[in-house]
Write a protein that binds this ligand. Structure first.
Ligand SMILES: Nc1ncnc2c1ncn2[C@@H]1O[C@H](COP(=O)(O)OP(=O)(O)OP(=O)(O)O)[C@@H](O)[C@H]1O
Ligand SMILES: [Mg+2]
Length: 445
């Protein structure tokens, strides 16, 4: 059976039927509708060209990358399965979920219920109803779900909602059970700090205080824009996880063998910043854009390294489409930037950022004649990587690393306390800034 695929074209506030997706096992097939092609509408993504009668995707889940990102992740899946009272497959989740997923695609028949976006006032009314006992009082996770009974298709593990306030659609992120109540403040401060360090982030993240006393982080959605009519247009999005086809690379026996002999596995290479920097070219198309975005990617690597954000996994990076007709994509504004308070012995990023081919002696002290894939945070490797993969000269990279470390070391506490975090909470993160401090004091470079 085929599933209709809808797209929000640039500046359009209503979805257009783009074609049909059918799926058997791990093979998926998409065919543009004759009307869509006749109207001269653009391709949905670089891997679904308009000039082919139908396009096939094989391996992994057998679902095209941009379709995958329209669906829910852990949190949204949990809500959907709870509502339906049963487990759902990846494809089923895509066709049943609310259409508030990131990007401009929706699969399956559309209903008003799937299209509904919660208004802030509605959310507050529900909260008040609950607090007055007209509905059962529940823990925060439950409250969020009950408030937004349709659940959410936004990815990630934390409770979240897409919410509209004064003509802006926001992503509202709530601390999960067991998280510190200061998490929204911490993330808000870190996003602002990143912006000051030249990392592209959204302006105006804010800590939202609910009447219940709870707090959430509110960030404007980068993939929703209000049009003059008052309705919203959408921008296409693909996560690094989907772009790199990581659904095709679950750890396998041969990976373990490669790990034993090479010191890294092909899956580790696939999941790396190095692969992302390369593969972005297929999506950005334009050499200038690709060069700008590779450099931006390195600045994000450096920022994550300097604040010890060790949760920089491939779903925490993605590209948005800035020109659909030309299929030009760039990195989306950075999100989910949070220092890791409980540091392991040798802190490493989630994705490897430097590759040293066999027989080459890089600047990093870890390099030798065997090939190396480096994710452990180390200044020599960060600098070597800047030249090898991200389009920086050594001098430029050294200057950026030094200036950024200095800024972070001097100002992180100011950013944290400006969000209202108490001294004890701020101190829990002191350890995360030791590398920035070492570099700032001239010891790390
Ligand atoms: N400002 C934004 N606008 C639109 N979509 C966003 C925005 N920020 C995040 N997203 C999307 O929502 C998803 C979840 O956001 P985020 O990563 O911040 O949540 P999380 O629950 O902390 O994730 P994790 O599972 O990594 O802890 C992201 O993977 C991204 O697809
Ligand atoms: Mg995330």
């Amino acid at each position: 059976m085929g599933h209709p695929v809808y797209v929000w074209l640039p500046e359009a506030t209503e979805p257009t039927l783009a074609g049909e997706f059918s799926h058997t096992g791990n093979v998926g097939r998409f065919e543009y509708s004759a009307d869509y092609l006749a109207a001269g509408h653009p391709a949905l993504a670089p891997d679904i060209p308009r000039n082919r009668k139908s396009t096939t995707v094989t391996g992994g889940l057998g679902i095209f990358p941009i379709f995958l990102d329209a669906g829910p992740d852990t949190w949204g899946r949990h809500l959907l399965e709870r509502r339906l009272g049963r487990a759902v497959s990846e494809l089923e989740a895509l066709t049943l979920c609310p259409t508030d997923g990131v990007g401009n695609i929706a699969l399956g028949p559309l209903s008003q219920e799937r299209l509904h976006v919660l208004k802030l006032e509605e959310f507050l009314e529900l909260l008040i109803a609950q607090s007055q006992g007209t509905q059962a009082r529940t823990p925060l996770e439950e409250q969020v779900m009950d408030a937004h009974q349709r659940g959410t298709s936004l990815g990630g593990t934390k409770p979240k909602l897409s919410i509209e306030r004064n003509g802006i659609q926001y992503l509202a992120k709530f601390p999960a059970q067991g998280d510190s109540p200061w998490l929204p403040h911490l993330e808000c401060a870190t996003l602002k700090l990143a912006r000051s360090c030249g990392v592209r982030t959204l302006i105006d993240p804010e800590v939202w205080r609910l009447p219940t006393g709870a707090t959430a982080l509110l960030v404007p959605r980068f993939d929703r824009h209000r049009m003059a009519s008052g309705s919203y247009a959408r921008t296409a999005y693909v996560s690094a996880h989907a772009l790199l086809r990581l659904d095709m690379h679950p750890p396998q026996h041969k990976d373990m063998q490669a790990f034993a002999t090479l010191g890294f596995s092909p899956a580790g290479m696939r999941k790396s910043y190095v692969s992302l920097a390369q593969d972005m070219l297929r999506w950005s198309r334009d050499q200038t854009i690709h060069q700008e975005e590779r450099r931006e990617l390195w600045r994000r690597i450096v920022f994550n390294a300097l604040i010890r954000n060790l949760d920089d996994h491939p779903r925490n990076h993605g590209l948005i489409c800035e020109n659909m007709a030309r299929q030009q994509w760039r990195l989306s504004p950075a999100f989910d930037l949070v220092p890791t308070a409980n540091l392991p012995q040798n802190p490493a990023l989630c994705m490897a950022y430097h590759y040293i081919p066999p027989g080459q002696r890089g600047r990093a002290p870890t390099s030798g004649t065997a090939p190396r894939l480096i994710s452990v945070i180390e200044t020599g490797a960060l600098l070597a990587a800047a030249e090898a993969h991200y389009g920086y000269t050594h001098a430029e990279a050294t200057a950026y690393l030094h200036t950024t470390a200095q800024y972070i070391a001097e100002h992180w506490q100011t950013y944290f306390s400006a969000e209202g975090m108490p001294e004890t909470e701020i101190n829990r993160f002191r350890i995360c800034f030791s590398l920035a401090q070492e570099i700032a004091w001239g010891q790390g470079l």
